[in-house]
Design a protein around this ligand. Structure first.
Ligand SMILES: [Zn+2]
Length: 318
């Protein structure tokens, strides 16, 4: 049923681009059950359906293989790489067994702060907003006034607050996060991120590991020095944990021109990495800059539209 339209779109992509493009998808978490605070993350069941489908209709490659073939223009039609951002523990506990079942390789990009603290700032806020008995969040200095009356208000408060704070420099952002956590008076936080030995376990299962900054800072919001530190430090920390050099990097938030730019591309290049990844829509070809290779996640999650939109988006090229 799907073979024909997929084959047709792939053929058109190849004719128009002069080569078969590469699709790189990015996920974050794979949830035990649906969570209204994380509407974009699939449940285990939805994830397995997607992977079953993708493994039937696409060639799922390791990052190493995909990048080598991208450079030598030898990608097979419908080539696809699976990536996961941030370094969630459920990548090991929920995603890895499903990927192993379908023999699908993957890469995870780790924000190294999570290896030690077990939770990143945005998830700390989400957990506190979900569980606090406070009625509101009030930060008049930055015009934040959010009601926590009811589940819908909490979901809205959560997304609004994270979207506002994430574009601040990391030190300033973390000061506001502390202030909010004080107002919400929640003490215990779950460990959501991989710890160093779990990361080694994932690597030993065949996953490739890339860096994703230390504090998950949006790099364009940082000074030259701080931006370079975030990239360098996450690579060094991962190299220590894995006892091998890091070769790939994904920019947090990831939109070229807004969340990072040529300044960051130069840092990554000078560190001697192999390639770095954005979140701009589109496929990669041999003409794509190695330091800003696009990755995407289709807006449509229903099968078979999920697979068809991947084939369509991977044919888009800047
Ligand atoms: Zn991220």
């Amino acid at each position: 049923m799907l073979q024909l339209p997929l084959g047709l779109i792939s053929l058109l992509n190849r004719l128009r681009l002069g080569e078969s493009p590469l699709a790189i998808l990015y996920y974050h978490r794979v949830m035990q059950q649906a969570d209204p605070f994380r509407p974009d993350d699939p449940t285990i069941d939805a994830f397995e359906q997607q992977i079953a489908y993708l493994s039937r209709h696409f060639n799922i490659l390791t990052m190493d293989d995909a990048i080598a073939r991208l450079k030598s223009r030898t990608l097979p039609a419908r080539s696809l790489v699976l990536t996961f951002d941030d370094g969630y523990r459920d990548n090991l506990t929920q995603a890895a067994p499903i990927l192993a079942k379908y023999k699908a390789p993957a890469t995870v990009f780790v924000a190294t702060n999570g290896l030690e603290t077990g939770i990143l700032w945005n998830d700390k806020l989400t957990h506190a907003i979900e569980h606090s008995s406070a009625a509101e969040i009030s930060l008049p200095e930055i015009s934040v006034q959010l009601s926590l009356a009811g589940q819908a208000a909490r979901q809205l408060a959560n997304s609004q607050l994270i979207n506002q704070l994430k574009f601040l420099p990391q030190s300033e952002r973390d000061r506001w996060v502390s202030e909010v956590l004080e107002q919400l008076a929640v003490e215990d936080f779950p460990r959501l991120m991989l710890n160093p030995s779990e990361l080694v376990d994932l690597r030993n299962q065949g996953w490739q590991i890339g860096a994703h900054t230390h504090d998950h800072s949006i790099l364009s919001c940082e000074s030259d020095e701080d931006s370079a530190f975030q990239i360098r430090h996450s690579c060094q920390r991962l190299a220590e944990v894995l006892d091998e050099p890091v070769r790939y990097f994904a920019y947090p938030n990831g939109l070229y021109g807004r969340d990072f730019g040529q300044r960051e591309c130069n840092v990554v290049k000078n560190l001697g990495l192999e390639a770095a990844f954005s979140t701009n829509d589109g496929g990669a070809t041999s003409r794509t800059s190695t330091w800003a290779i696009p990755r995407f996640m289709p807006f449509r999650k229903q099968l078979p539209l999920f697979a068809l939109s991947i084939a369509k988006i991977m044919g888009e090229h800047e």
